[in-house]
Design a protein around this ligand. Structure first.
Ligand code: M6R
Length: 610
């Protein structure tokens, strides 16, 4: 969480830094700040509580001149959101920004206070500024001071420092939080996400764990964790430059919901022929691994966890391979048994989720056959540290509420399941052709689901004045209900829960009354009759029902039950399809509630802290 941008250029960089922060605002948005140094060592620091726009207004209203600068948008971990706690933090001539958590900050703070340093914030970051200042007194360079500092820090962080007295360089250290360096012509940049720099460069270098780098206008020098000078690869990015624009949409979330047909087409392109999944397109090592996998262990958080939960049904029913799905923050702290020929699969939009990454690192030591990631961000930590990666091609997702990342993860897993099933002889040509046909048809079906937008908008007022909502589903539609409830609570702040509909009578039925809408995901499948009985249980107790039902499901609207008719589609891809109206419902409820849809309170897009 938190966004970092830095620049060393001949031109004034304040505008570039603030624009970079705007593009990173999804990572944290409770305060923002910038420190810029000019060629005569004048340092201007501006910090503001609130959104990046507050900072932009402040920067525009004064002269913030200079070609070297660092900037930060914050998601508070230590200390409330306030101007005093906003980065950059200073110690003498040193200014520092930081992303992540310094776990031993209390101990370091005590040591630094004993040396006479006075703290002006409640943040863990301020210890870095004082440590760099202290170490610089006995170092030959700023980069050496940062190397010495990094050795004393425990935790996960990306941190950048600038020395007012030497504006020709900035230095950066990476340990657990991503840092990318952007190469310009006669100017260089850095950021916590390449998205921040796409307006100034396309050439990027990702720092590795433990790297410390020095960046000047002409050179970038990288040292690895042992202090050795090292070359890191420079890659050309083809990410869309306009990803940070909302276009004709009111919110990024809305844009991203409507981008799903394209995101799915891109994710499937080159990976399915007319009738088959092209296993090699999943990854170079995929065929060898998928042929012998006997168990799949999925690890993820949040929305990605929900997609794993939905895909579990496919792994077991279509490919005949057992599958467990676990929340990364739980998995990483328990003793687990690795079954023979188990494949570890991490799911993540960002590829930087701290718990998922930690779980991957732990699992790699425990004897999994291979570690695969299904991820949306090329070059992210999960992609680099996994044995192989199957990229979703959803495009940049900016809304904190994940939408197109979820549906593309599901499409990716369905392709993977199909490959496993075929390679292991459990899916024949005919079945494979049926699945692939459903995948080919999916984008058009999602377009169709999007046309329900107005109808769903009309339902939203029924939810916006309520405090609770219950989502019900059965089978693979239970995780779809889970995802629907996560979306609603996340952006509308309405408490929502998902239940496997068969579980109702084991407790939640007691909650049913006219004040709690009950949303039912009701495709036409083998469980439909069972689901109908569950719906009756709610109806008999005066519950208000909103049933998203297949056109042939046979539900009839009445006073306590509204039906949203969904055109019939293949049972196989229906979980992906039924996700879309749920996303639209949350979106419209949030609009009525007037919440900050793209940047809901207390959340951030990439959860890079534990
Ligand atoms: O980037 P990841 O997919 O690893 O992120 C995991 C969760 O933090 C994320 O899905 C979160 O739950 C979303 N905000 C939900 O919309």
């Amino acid at each position: 969480m938190c966004g970092i941008v830095g620049a060393v250029a001949q031109r004034d960089v304040a505008e570039i830094l603030v624009e970079g922060l705007r593009r990173l605002e999804y990572r944290g948005y409770d305060s923002a700040g910038v420190a810029v140094v000019d060629g005569e060592s004048n340092l201007t620091r501006v910090r503001r509580l609130g959104k990046v726009q507050e900072l932009a207004d402040a920067v525009n209203s004064q002269d913030v001149l200079g070609g070297t600068g660092i900037a930060h948008t914050r998601w508070a971990t230590h200390g409330e959101p306030s101007e005093a706690n906003a980065h950059p933090h200073m110690s003498g001539d040193i200014a520092v920004v930081h992303n992540g958590i310094i776990e031993n900050h209390e101990e370091l703070r005590a040591t630094l206070q004993a040396r006479g340093y006075v703290f002006t914030s409640q943040t863990d970051t301020e210890v870095i500024a004082h440590l760099v200042e202290w170490e610089l007194r006995t170092s030959e360079s700023l980069v050496e001071a940062l190397q010495k500092t990094a050795k004393q820090l425990e935790g996960a962080y990306g941190t950048v420092a600038v020395d007012r007295k030497d504006p020709s360089r900035i230095v950066v250290a990476r340990s657990g939080s991503p840092i990318v360096i952007g190469f310009g012509v006669g100017e260089n940049f850095l950021a916590s996400d390449q998205l921040a720099l796409l307006s100034v460069t396309r050439r990027f270098m990702y720092l590795e764990e433990g790297d410390v780098a020095e960046i000047t206008r002409r050179d970038v020098t990288v040292f690895d964790a042992t202090g050795e000078r090292i070359e890191r690869e420079i890659v050309e990015s083809n990410a869309e430059h306009d990803a940070g624009d909302k276009g004709k949409y009111r919110h990024f979330m809305q844009k991203e919901i409507f981008e799903q047909p394209t995101a799915l087409i891109n994710t499937m392109e080159g990976r399915i022929s007319e009738t088959a999944v092209i296993t090699n397109a999943i990854g170079v090592k995929a065929e060898e691994i998928l042929r012998k996998v006997e168990h799949v262990q999925i690890i993820a958080c949040g929305t990605s966890y929900n997609s794993g939960m939905a895909a579990r049904y496919w792994f077991e029913s279509l490919a005949g391979v057992s599958c467990d799905v676990e929340i990364a923050s739980e998995f990483r702290y328990r003793d687990f048994v690795v079954r023979p020929n188990s494949l570890l699969v991490t799911l993540s939009q960002s590829g930087e989720t701290a718990d998922t990454l930690a779980a991957l690192r732990l699992a790699k030591e425990k004897g999994y056959m291979s570690a695969m990631t299904i991820c949306n961000v090329a070059g992210s930590s999960l992609v680099r540290e996994s044995d192989f990666a199957f990229m979703t091609r959803a495009g940049t997702e900016i809304g904190v509420a994940s939408t197109k990342a979820f549906t593309t993860q599901l499409a990716a897993m369905l392709m993977m399941v199909t490959s496993i099933g075929r390679l292991q002889g459990r899916i024949n040509d005919e079945k494979e052709a049926e699945i692939v046909k459903a995948l080919h048809e999916l984008p058009a079906h999602i377009e169709q689901a999007l046309t329900l937008d107005k109808e769903i908008e009309a339902l939203a007022p029924d939810f916006a004045d309520k405090h609770h909502t219950l989502f019900l589903g059965r089978g693979e539609f239970y995780p779809i209900a889970m995802e629907a409830s996560l979306k609603l609570k996340e952006i509308s702040y309405i408490h929502a829960e998902a239940y496997a509909a068969g579980e109702l009578k084991h407790g939640p039925l007691a909650l049913i009354d006219a004040d709690m809408p009950v949303v039912v995901v009701a495709p036409s499948n083998d469980l439909l009759e069972k689901l109908k009985s569950n719906v009756e249980e709610v109806r008999a107790r005066g519950g208000l029902l909103y049933v998203f039902a297949d056109q042939d499901a046979g539900f009839e609207a009445d006073e306590g039950m509204k039906i949203i008719t969904m055109p019939h589609i293949s049972e196989i891809t229906a979980p992906i399809y039924y996700t879309v109206p749920m996303q639209l419902l949350s979106y419209h409820v949030a609009l009525i509630k007037g919440t900050d849809v793209d940047q809901p309170r207390n959340l951030a897009k990439a959860v890079t802290v534990e």
